[in-house]
Design a binder for this molecule. Structure first.
Ligand code: SF4
Ligand code: SF4
Length: 231
């Protein structure tokens, strides 16, 4: 029931499913019934998402947020009609921008996979509550988002260093690490949300987890290797 519940992934998934536009309606800013002020979260998320859309070549006007009271039916109808006309003018998603449908789908799939990472990196800004529209204009910049995507972090377990102590696998919040006693641990990059926990918990005397910034991850080694059992 709160616009603050609209996750970045929901919006990207709407576009991935072929929606030509997405509209989010929230209560007026400063009039939230709760201490959470979720409508500010929604605004920040939309501003971030619009920059992401620019980054992948989509027109950010396809995403709109407006704040109004539930008693403002006429205003709501006006805004929706206006937005509907605007989206019609922009044309089908991707076509108006000259992006191939399949290329757009794979770009969106890549970004959706990175949503937990993006939310973690931009956590502070996403939770901020600013005073003026000018400040909001600069909350997320185009350059900042380009840099975010060029410096995406990955984590990799160096097979020659891993002692199979299983600490990282136990602490990974999404079960992305496979391994057992006497078996080198491997991170499944498709599941990993890049939280960095494995990097932090791997004992420093082993230092088996490497942080890779903006580069490719070496291919995993799946063959189990016999190692001395670590107690
Ligand atoms: S970075 Fe986080 S999610 Fe990825 S493997 Fe390590 S602990 Fe799991
Ligand atoms: S914590 Fe480090 S040494 Fe232990 S299993 Fe994970 S990567 Fe290997």
């Amino acid at each position: 029931m709160c616009s603050g519940r609209v996750d970045l992934e929901f919006v990207l998934r709407a576009f991935s499913n072929g929606m030509d536009g997405a509209f989010i309606g929230g209560c007026r800013l400063g009039e939230c019934n709760y201490v959470t002020h979720g409508n500010y979260h929604a605004l920040n998320m939309v501003l971030l998402c619009r920059r992401i859309m620019e980054h992948i070549g989509l027109n950010p006007e396809r995403l709109r947020i407006e704040f109004m009271s539930s008693a403002e039916g006429i205003l709501f109808a006006q805004v929706m009609n206006e937005f509907g006309n605007q989206v019609r003018e922009l044309g089908p998603l991707g076509e108006g921008e000259g992006i191939d449908r399949q290329e757009l789908k794979s770009k969106l799939a890549e970004v959706i996979k990175l949503v937990p990472y993006i939310k973690m990196v931009k956590n502070e800004k996403l939770a901020s509550r600013l005073e003026s529209p000018e400040e909001y204009d600069q909350l997320f910049t185009r350059e900042e988002i380009d840099e975010l995507f060029s410096t995406v972090v990955s984590y990799y377990i160096a097979p020659e260093k891993c002692q199979a102590c299983m600490i990282c696998a136990r602490r990974c919040p999404v079960g992305a690490i496979t391994g057992a006693k006497n078996q080198i641990h491997v991170i499944d990059q498709e599941i990993c949300i890049k939280c960095g926990t494995c990097f932090e918990v791997c004992p420093s005397k082993f230092g088996a987890v490497t942080k890779i910034v903006g580069g490719p991850v070496p291919p995993p080694i799946y063959q189990p290797t016999n190692l001395p059992i670590y107690q």
